[in-house]
Design a protein around this ligand. Structure first.
Ligand code: AVI
Length: 327
């Protein structure tokens, strides 16, 4: 059966400036000061993240690609007829393309890409739109909103599969991760499925190299948050005055990224009405990347109302792909 190829964009917020302003007003005045990691992904930040994924020290993307290539057939065999896939944080679209290579297309499939980055959506839509019998719909939205839009039409033949890959779950704190999984479950019907990719705890040395790479790409990715703030909100962050730092917090099972002030400095963010002094050595905490054990993943997925069907582990890079059905 053949359906026309299609690629369409649903309307999403164009400039997120009021939200960005509100976030800065809140997070930059906390102690320790923070900037939420979702703002790392403007156009340049998204491109830098794509570069990170190719670094020899950052194994997440390669490990997940290996697992998808090796087990995509098995994933579809376990699920039966899948008529809709929704990917949260679709990035370049490469992972979905790998998965779709194993879809038999005896029936057409609708693919929903959900991302806050316009450039990531353009890239992923272009990567998938040329596939036969795949209808692509892009949603420029936060995950919850985009998923609700994607799954609006409920009565359909075949299952819905939600993809949450790339260890994006790691950027949520544990209560946030559990709430997000419960939220995903609440949008699904029994028998629909979730495929979750998550990075596992590994030796500290490997984690630090992955988040503080010798080429300085991750440092640029982190500092770009200040570049973006200077550009969009006329802020006065002195880029050279901030050092990138990655720390493994073993007690919390997370890598933290910080921007540490090399010297005391006055910063103003006029469009957010902020003016403050950062002390020498003070840091702005920009990201947490939680790492899991396979058992912990099974526990949080199950607690959200799924039944874990299979878990595949990449032993080389210590990464897990977990397939679970909405119970
Ligand atoms: C998108 N996310 C899963 C990445 C991570 O590993 O936490 C973002 C990243 N931060 C630094 N390097 C990559």
């Amino acid at each position: 059966m053949s359906t026309p190829r299609s690629a369409s964009f649903t309307a999403g917020p164009d400039a997120s400036t009021p939200e960005f302003v509100a976030a800065l007003q809140y997070y930059l005045t906390l102690r320790p000061r923070q900037l939420p990691s979702r703002y790392l992904y403007d156009d340049l930040g998204s491109a830098l993240f794509e570069a990170i994924c190719r670094l020899p020290w950052y194994g997440i993307t390669r490990a997940e690609s290996r697992l998808l290539d090796a087990h995509a057939d098995d994933i579809f065999a376990r699920l039966g007829l899948v008529s809709r896939i929704a990917e949260l944080g679709s990035g370049s679209g490469d992972k979905l393309r790998r998965l779709l290579a194993a879809h038999d297309r005896r029936s057409s499939i609708e693919v929903h890409l959900i991302d806050i980055s316009a450039s990531a959506l353009e890239t992923s839509t272009a990567a998938l739109a040329s596939l036969d019998d795949v209808a692509v719909v892009a949603h420029r939205a936060r995950y919850e909103t985009g998923l609700a839009e994607a799954l609006e039409e409920r009565s359909r033949k075949g299952r819905t599969l939600v993809l949450f890959l790339g260890s994006n779950i790691g950027n949520y704190d544990p209560p946030g991760a559990s709430a997000l999984l419960r939220g995903i479950r609440s949008t699904l019907d029994a028998g629909d499925a979730l495929l979750l990719g998550a990075d596992l705890i590994k030796p500290e040395r490997d984690l630090l190299l992955a988040y503080d790479d010798p080429l300085g790409v991750t440092a640029a990715f982190n500092r770009n948050l200040l570049v973006r703030t200077n550009r969009e909100l006329d802020a006065t962050f002195d880029l050279g005055a901030f050092a990138h730092r990655a720390v493994w917090n073993a007690a919390a099972s997370r890598i933290e990224m910080h921007l540490v002030a090399r010297s005391a400095q006055r910063v103003s963010v006029p469009r957010a009405g902020l003016e403050f002094t950062i002390a020498a050595g003070e840091s702005i905490w920009t990201e947490s990347s939680y790492k899991y054990t396979p058992d912990r993943l099974t526990a949080i997925i199950s607690a959200a109302g799924f039944r874990v069907d299979q878990q595949w582990i990449d032993e080389g890079d210590q990464f897990a792909l977990t397939l679970a059905a909405a119970a």
